[in-house]
Design a protein around this ligand. Structure first.
Ligand code: AMP
Length: 423
């Protein structure tokens, strides 16, 4: 038996209904803010991520699914969405068509992480990117949108953390201070953090090692090293979040893994999903377009993990739907009329009435059982004596009422079903 690859999942009933429910909310909220969907390819030239995300990040250094295709090109399954969106924007010069492009995506992503609760190798994100403006309203919007999605799902147990990394000059200044602070402590850090001390010093803040955490708690704080302009941007964003009644906390240890961030970074974390608590993360990346295409396009974005959000929903007892009622199930009383029954199903489906019938040529009793399993609101009996008078019987499953209808006036059945729906 061939099985699915470790760290990947098949998603099907009844779970798939939760995905569809969430995706509808995501599309509604993004549309409400006038974001346009973008679908980029599932794989890209490896150089896009290596240049965009940064060689020293965990994603590029350890996690990418990279392979050489038959033409000898190095390609990578996309580990995140932003680099591809920026590539698409530049490739099609969309910044010339519109000074501000607001995109959203819902897409699988691929990272070869150690599979564990909350960490998959193929997972799914929805995300937004606003490209073409440094306005702090857009930074706030990137927090607002996932926040509203989570509220609409009914989630309660989550919180917003924000930080600012400033422009690269401020950050470099801060990194030097941090390096100095750690210089006599580096020997006490974990092996991973000792490596990060050389390659990506800010990421030491992400260490889970107890001793590292203690050392980093006492470290100088990045906000003390930002320029006035950086601080103004941060303050403005905070004011906008305050106006929108979004609770947040400042977390100066929130550096995030990617090299391309400038100014704002943020995460939304859940209290209910265990160690991998980040539901959503993002930030401003004013330098990425320049890095990838030599054009200055200030931008900000976020990505949210769908599996983790659904896990948070499960842990908060949300999205436990009853099966959707099925408006109509056609029960065939007499095999001879199976084509009539099927043609009727096409008629009702054409009228927008979700309809099912038996494909397994089962007994009437078994068909009724199937109708009940499908939570059918109405059953239409086809066959029996009344078919000789060109009639069919409609049964309302809620109250047992039965009515005969002529095959010449099927629209009456449609009206009946729709009117019961409104009631
Ligand atoms: P990141 O791009 O790493 O900030 O990820 C954004 C969000 O995607 C995270 O907050 C998680 O919810 C989700 N995520 C990231 N990596 C994984 C993974 N390996 N498995 C499942 N979800 C993930």
């Amino acid at each position: 038996m061939i099985k699915a690859i470790k760290g990947t999942k098949d998603i099907y009933y009844p779970e798939i209904e939760k995905w569809q429910f969430l995706e509808e909310i995501v599309i509604d909220v993004f549309s409400n803010f006038n974001y346009n969907e973008i679908r980029t390819p599932i794989f890209e030239e490896t150089a896009l991520f290596a240049r965009g995300i940064g060689e020293s990040t965990d994603i590029v250094g350890k996690e990418m699914y990279t392979f050489t295709d038959r033409s000898g090109n190095s390609v990578t399954l996309k580990p995140e969405g932003t680099a591809s969106v920026v590539r698409a924007l530049l490739e099609h010069s969309l910044q010339k068509a519109k000074p501000l492009n607001k995109f959203f995506y819902i897409s699988p992503m691929f990272r070869q992480e150690r599979p564990q609760a909350g960490r998959l190798r193929q997972f799914h994100q929805f995300g937004g990117e606003a490209l073409g403006s440094a306005n702090p309203y857009l930074d706030a919007e990137m927090i607002l949108i996932p926040y509203i999605v989570m509220q609409m799902l009914g989630l309660n147990d989550f919180s917003v953390k924000i930080n600012s990394l400033g422009v690269p000059e401020s950050r470099e200044k801060y990194k030097a201070v941090l390096r100095e602070y750690l210089s006599d402590k580096v020997k006490d850090l974990s092996e991973e953090s000792r490596r990060r001390y050389e390659t990506n010093i800010l990421r030491i803040f992400d260490s889970k090692a107890e001793n590292d955490i203690m050392i980093m708690n006492e470290a100088p704080k990045i906000l003390d090293y930002l320029s006035n302009e950086d601080i103004d941007h941060f303050e403005e964003m905070k004011n906008i979040l305050d106006d929108a009644h979004i609770d947040y906390e400042i977390d100066e240890k929130l550096v995030r893994g990617l090299d391309y961030y400038t100014n704002t970074t943020f995460e939304i974390v859940s209290g209910s999903v265990g160690a991998q608590s980040a539901l959503c993360g993002g930030g401003r990346y004013n330098l990425l377009a320049k890095e990838l295409g030599g054009v200055d396009i200030p931008a900000v974005g976020f990505a949210a993990g769908i599996e983790r959000i659904l896990l948070a929903c499960k842990n908060e007892g949300l999205l436990e739907f009853d099966p959707y009622p099925l408006p109509l199930f056609i029960v065939l009383l007499d095999k001879y009329y199976d084509r009539v029954a099927y043609n009727l199903s096409l008629y009702f489906r054409g009228q927008g009435v979700e309809t099912e019938l038996d494909y397994l040529r089962r007994s009437v009793k078994a068909q009724m059982r199937e109708a009940n399993k499908n939570n059918a609101q109405f059953v239409l009996f086809v066959g029996g004596e009344e078919i000789n008078d060109s009639k069919v019987t409609l049964k309302n499953m809620a109250n047992g009422e039965e009515e005969k209808y002529s095959l010449d006036s099927l629209e009456e059945i449609v009206n009946k079903i729709y009117s019961s729906d409104e009631g």
